[in-house]
Design a protein around this ligand. Structure first.
Ligand SMILES: Cc1ncc(COP(=O)(O)O)c(C=O)c1O
Length: 390
C-alpha cells in the first residue's frame, strides 16, 4: 500500500465552494470566471496579457501558430521533456529539432542551440523542466540576436522565479515571447486540466482568444449580454481549446494558495538536499544562482551502480511512490519515423537524465518526518547488495 505518494494536489472545501458557486450561476463554460482568472494570473506573473485554454498542450499549439510556425518549418527544443512539447510542434506540420540538456541539470543547454539552427528554424521552445527556470538570459539573447521567437514551456513553472536585470521576477512575465502553463494535477496548482498563455504582444493575445473558440467573431458572453440580435461568423479555422468557468473558479482559489504552496515546497526541497548528502548517495538537484524553483518535482541523479527500476521498486515495496526521470520523446515509437524529428548533436545528457534519475515524493502537505522516511528508505536500499547493477 502506498503511504507516501509522489504528488498530491491541495484541494479542499474552498475549491468545492468555488465550483458550487459557478454551477449555481448557470454559466459553466468560458465566461466571467475565466476572465477573472486570466486577470489574476496576469497580475501574479506581471504579464500584460494572459489567455486561459484547455491545457498546456493546446497553449503550446496556439503559441506556435501565433508565431507563424507551419509545415516545413523547424522548431528547436529538447527531446528530454513530456511528449507534449514536441507533439505541439508536429501539430503545426513542423519538425522538432532536438538538442541536448545541460550535464548538471534538466534544461536545454544554451551552448547547443546555435549549431542546431537552419534556414528553416522558426522558433525555439525552452522548457523550465520540473519547475526549474532555464537559462533564459542566454536563450533570449540568442533569439533576439537571430530574430527567432522564444516560447517558454512553463508547464511546470507556475510560481518559479528568475533573476532578471537584478530583480526576481515570476516566470511568465514573459521573458521570451510567449509562456505556456499547465494546471494538470501533477503541477503546483491545478484546475483538473487547464492551461494559460502569457505574452506582452497584444496581437498574439488577440489570436489566442480568437482561435481558442473556433475563431468565432463574437464571443458567448458578448452575444449573451447584447440587447440586439447578433449573428457571429467564423473568418478562419479555429479550435475548441476553451477552459470552463468551473475550472477557472478552482484556479482562482489555487492561485491564492500558490505563495504558501511554493514556500512549503522550497522548505521541503531544502530538507531533502541537506539530508541526501551522504557517501555514495544520490545527487540532489542544484538551483542555479539566477533561479528560484517552485520544486514542482524533486529529481535526484542516481550513482552509477544503482539500477533505476530496482531502486524504484525497492521504495515502492516500502510504500513510497517515485517516478523515473523525464522521458525523451525521440525514443518513443511515435517518433520512430525518420522524418518525425531531427537530432542536432548528441542527446547523451538527455538519455542519462531519463535513465539515471528518479523523482522523489514532494507535495506541500508532506511532513518533515515523511522526508526522513524517504531518505532513510533510500539509505536502506543503497546498502541492499542485489540492487547494485555494476
Ligand atoms: C514540460 C511539459 N510541457 C507540456 C505539458 C503538457 O501539459 P498539459 O497536460 O496541461 O497539456 C506538460 C505536462 O506534464 C509538461 O510537463
Amino acid at each position: 500500500m502506498i503511504q507516501i505518494p509522489v504528488a498530491k494536489p491541495v484541494l479542499d472545501e474552498q475549491e468545492v465552494e468555488a465550483v458550487r458557486r459557478v454551477i449555481l450561476s448557470g454559466w459553466v463554460t468560458q465566461g466571467p470566471e475565466v476572465a477573472a482568472f486570466e486577470q489574476e494570473f496576469a497580475d501574479f506573473v506581471g504579464a500584460s496579457h494572459a489567455c486561459a485554454v484547455s491545457n498546456c498542450t493546446t497553449a503550446l499549439h496556439l503559441a506556435l501558430l501565433a508565431i507563424g510556425v507551419t509545415a516545413g518549418d523547424e522548431v528547436i527544443t529538447v527531446s528530454h521533456s513530456f511528449i507534449a512539447t514536441a507533439n505541439a510542434i508536429r501539430y503545426c506540420g513542423a519538425t522538432p529539432v532536438f538538442v541536448d540538456v545541460e550535464a548538471d541539470g534538466f534544461n536545454i543547454d544554451p551552448d547547443e542551440i546555435e549549431a542546431a539552427i537552419s534556414p528553416r528554424t522558426k522558433a525555439i521552445i525552452c522548457v523550465h523542466q520540473l519547475g526549474m527556470p532555464c537559462d533564459l538570459h542566454r536563450i533570449v539573447e540568442i533569439g533576439t540576436r537571430l530574430s527567432i521567437p522564444v516560447i517558454e514551456d512553463a508547464a511546470c513553472a507556475t510560481g518559479s522565479e528568475i533573476l532578471w536585470k537584478g530583480r526576481w521576477e515570476k516566470i511568465g512575465k514573459p521573458h521570451g515571447d510567449i509562456a505556456c502553463f499547465s494546471f494538470h494535477p501533477r503541477k503546483v496548482v491545478t484546475t483538473g486540466d487547464g492551461g494559460m498563455l502569457t505574452t506582452s504582444n497584444p496581437e498574439y493575445d488577440r489570436k489566442f482568444r480568437l482561435w481558442r473558440q473556433h475563431s468565432m467573431s463574437v464571443n458567448d458572453t458578448v452575444r449573451h449580454g447584447s440587447k440586439q440580435v447578433i449573428y457571429e461568423s467564423y473568418p478562419e479555422l479555429g479550435f475548441n481549446y476553451r477552459m470552463t468557468d468551473m475550472q477557472a473558479a478552482v484556479g482562482r482559489v489555487q492561485l491564492k494558495r500558490l505563495p504558501d504552496l511554493v514556500a512549503r515546497r522550497r522548505a521541503l526541497a531544502e530538507l531533502y538536499s541537506k539530508q541526501l548528502v551522504f557517501a555514495a548517495g544520490p545527487r540532489p538537484p542544484v538551483e542555479p544562482s539566477f533561479a528560484r524553483s517552485n520544486w514542482q518535482s524533486y529529481c535526484v541523479a542516481l550513482p552509477d551502480k544503482w539500477g533505476q527500476r530496482d531502486i524504484m521498486q525497492g521504495l515502492l515495496d516500502r510504500g513510497i511512490s517515485t517516478r523515473r526521470g523525464i522521458m525523451n520523446s525521440h525514443l518513443e515509437p511515435a517518433y520512430a519515423e525518420h522524418n518525425s524529428h531531427r537530432v542536432a548533436g548528441t542527446l547523451k545528457n538527455s538519455i542519462t537524465a531519463q535513465n539515471k534519475t528518479i523523482i522523489l515524493p514532494l507535495f506541500s502537505q508532506m511532513t518533515n518526518d515523511e522526508i526522513e522516511i524517504v531518505v532513510s528508505a533510500i539509505k536502506s536500499e543503497l546498502v541492499t547488495p542485489e540492487l547494485a547493477i555494476a
